[in-house]
Design a protein around this ligand. Structure first.
Ligand code: F6P
Length: 322
């Protein structure tokens, strides 16, 4: 292999830039040329490319977002779109591709390989941590720290006014951000898509706190909870419980931005480095994961099928420690 390409795809995640840097500099150190693809698969279809050298990836390790930009491409979902994208890569002499993204991005990469023979390796880049075979995804740690910081501030005002806050964090299908944020911020309870939420049980839990003379309470709601987002849950609780005045905060996209934590920078650097090594060793259709602090190769088929299970003991722990 003489030339590879790197791109970011799907929702951005802090640490993606560190991953691009690691892919680029690892490949260059092995005498391989690197091309950056702007805007994910859409840029691949439109031949929106940039040759990367050592200095093009300088000064980005600490930056959130992705300097290559990202997109969710509808055109790449079509056979024709993928054929155009593959032809553009081949015209440039690209033989291998590193995709930093989530499950949708890996499905696209697998199609590119099966239909056009381009070797593909993925690095898990999503704040949701919802891929199987890795303990952590790039961006998750930063998103949790951002949410915890915000909730620390909410706690001050919640306590001053004796209020109940419902705070919504990201996670359409997975409650990892919610769980870790809840544990770290000392929330009363965490509501996640993986378990059924019982509004009546939540109210009993809140009443217990009120009886103990707690002055305020914070409930973390993952956006994909089965009872709805924080606004819906707050409304349902308020129909039967008015012990505290209630407020709702939706943290939204602030969780996706910001400078990556040291953890995410190191994770992305190790994964980007390993992705190039695996690609050059002939691997394809695999995601690089981190298991017990070691880099591992996880077949795409496994990585995208489901995510790791949420530890039910940790959900319980939130309520025990509240
Ligand atoms: O997958 C990452 C994520 O941030 C989810 O947690 C969230 O549901 C979704 O992306 C939001 O996507 P968009 O930025 O397209 O609204």
């Amino acid at each position: 292999m003489k030339k590879i390409a790197v791109m970011t795809s799907g929702g951005d995640a802090p640490g993606m830039n560190a991953g691009i840097r690691a892919v680029t500099r690892t490949a260059l150190s092995m005498g391989i040329e690197v091309m950056g693809i702007y805007r994910g698969y859409q840029g691949m279809i439109e031949a929106d490319f940039i040759p990367l050298d050592h200095f093009k990836v300088s000064n980005i390790i600490h930056r959130g977002g992705t300097f290559l930009k990202t997109a969710r491409s509808q055109d790449f979902r079509t056979v024709e779109g993928r054929a155009t994208a593959a032809a553009n890569l081949k015209k440039e002499g690209v033989e291998g591709l590193v995709v930093i993204g989530g499950d949708g991005s890996f499905r696209g990469a697998a199609a590119l390989h099966s239909e056009h023979g381009i070797k593909v390796v993925g690095c898990p880049g999503t704040i949701d941590n919802d891929l199987f075979g890795t303990d952590y995804t790039i961006g998750y740690d930063t998103a949790v720290n951002t949410a915890v910081h915000a909730i620390d501030q909410i706690r001050d005002t919640a306590d001053s006014h004796n209020r109940l806050f419902f705070v919504e964090v990201m996670g359409r299908d997975a409650g990892f951000i919610a769980l870790r944020t809840g544990l770290a911020s000392g929330a009363e309870s965490v509501l996640v898509p993986e378990t059924t939420t019982y509004i009546d049980e939540l109210i009993v839990h809140l009443q217990k706190g009120l009886k103990m003379q707690k002055s305020s309470a914070i409930i973390i709601v993952a956006e994909g909870d089965d009872e709805g987002g924080a606004i819906d849950v707050a409304r349902k609780v308020n129909e039967k419980f008015t012990g505290w005045e209630t407020k709702v905060t939706v943290l939204g996209h602030i969780q996706r931005g910001g400078s990556p934590t040291a953890f995410d920078r190191i994770l992305a650097s190790r994964m980007g480095h390993q992705a190039v090594k695996s690609l050059l060793a002939g691997a394809t259709d695999i995601m690089i994961g981190q298991r017990n602090n070691e880099m591992v190769e996880v077949p795409f088929g496994q990585a995208v099928k489901h995510h790791e299970t949420l530890n039910p003991h940790l959900l319980e722990l939130v309520e025990i420690l509240a």
